[in-house]
Design a binder for this molecule. Structure first.
Ligand code: NAP
Length: 239
């Protein structure tokens, strides 16, 4: 069997990834988020607040337990948040800290534990970080989001050039999925103009039907995982 560990599976892109993967009978998925909306014999849910470092660290030793005859193991760090939108200097400290925890620190903790657990396993392994174009272009009001995704991109590039990973059949990618019609986009459109000057651009993208569905985004991500060797990918350009 192929084993996928995916964060943020209750809705949006994460849920669509699980539904797509479940079509193939050789795939088994372990998902984590605060709520669960998928019920399937080949899906196991872990209720976890991934912005809570204690909860995450307590779960690490039991998270990546799979049968020894597994053919493939894959971690998809998908759960993410925009954090509080607004200029630096106006942000609430607790929200700021939790957003970095969810977007950057938890993916790093999971990647570290995943690599440690499977380093001696002679099977193909993959880590995919769901990044964003915002990690590669600055937007005012998005300091937390942009910088936390930029950190994911750099972490991915460093892991890719660590020699022991190449010799242990580990492949890593950081994939920006494009602009996807999820609650995250609604949150952007619902922000006031004074906290996010690019709001109009995102309103126009929605009005002009330029957002892709989570299902299409999931299918593109899975194709890119199968077909590309690139570490940093931006699927926005496929539109
Ligand atoms: N939508 C876009 O246009 C877009 C563009 C570029 C990149 N992305 C990236 O794509 C990824 C998925 O985004 P999305 O648009 O699908 O977002 P979404 O619809 O808001 O879904 C976010 C998922 O993350 C989970 N999550 C949020 N906070 C969590 C927490 N504290 N603990 C555990 N799980 C948590 C949510 O589950 P619970 O609420 O049940 O916990 C949900 O399953 C994110 O990393 C995002 O940055 C999205």
């Amino acid at each position: 069997m192929n084993y996928y560990f995916i964060t943020g599976t209750s809705k949006g892109i994460g849920k669509a990834l699980v539904e797509n993967l479940l079509i193939q009978e050789e795939n088994y998925i372990i998902g984590a988020s605060r709520t669960c909306s998928i019920h399937h014999p080949r899906y196991q849910h872990i209720h976890l607040d991934l912005a809570n470092p204690k909860q995450v660290i307590n779960h690490l030793p039991k998270l990546f337990r799979i049968p020894e005859n597994a053919r493939f193991a894959c971690l998809i760090n998908n759960a993410g948040t925009l954090g509080e939108i607004g200029p630096m200097g106006s942000l609430e400290p607790n929200r700021l800290q939790k957003a970095y925890q969810l977007n950057t620190i938890t993916p790093a903790l999971l990647a570290n534990s995943f690599i440690q657990t499977f380093s001696a396993w002679q099977i193909k392994k993959k880590i995919v970080n769901i990044s964003s174009g915002a990690g590669r272009t600055p937007y005012d009001g998005w300091s937390t989001y942009c910088s936390s995704k930029a950190a994911l991109d750099m972490m991915s590039q460093v892991i890719a050039c660590e020699k022991q990973n190449a010799s242990s059949q580990l492949h890593i990618q950081s994939i920006a999925p494009g602009i996807v019609d999820t609650l995250m986009q609604k949150e952007i459109r619902d922000t006031s103009n004074d906290r996010f000057s690019n709001r109009k651009l995102f309103l126009e993208l929605s009005e002009n039907n330029r957002l892709i569905s989570p299902e299409k985004a999931a299918s593109r991500i899975l194709n890119a995982m199968n077909e590309s060797e690139e570490v940093l990918l931006d699927l926005y350009e496929e539109d």
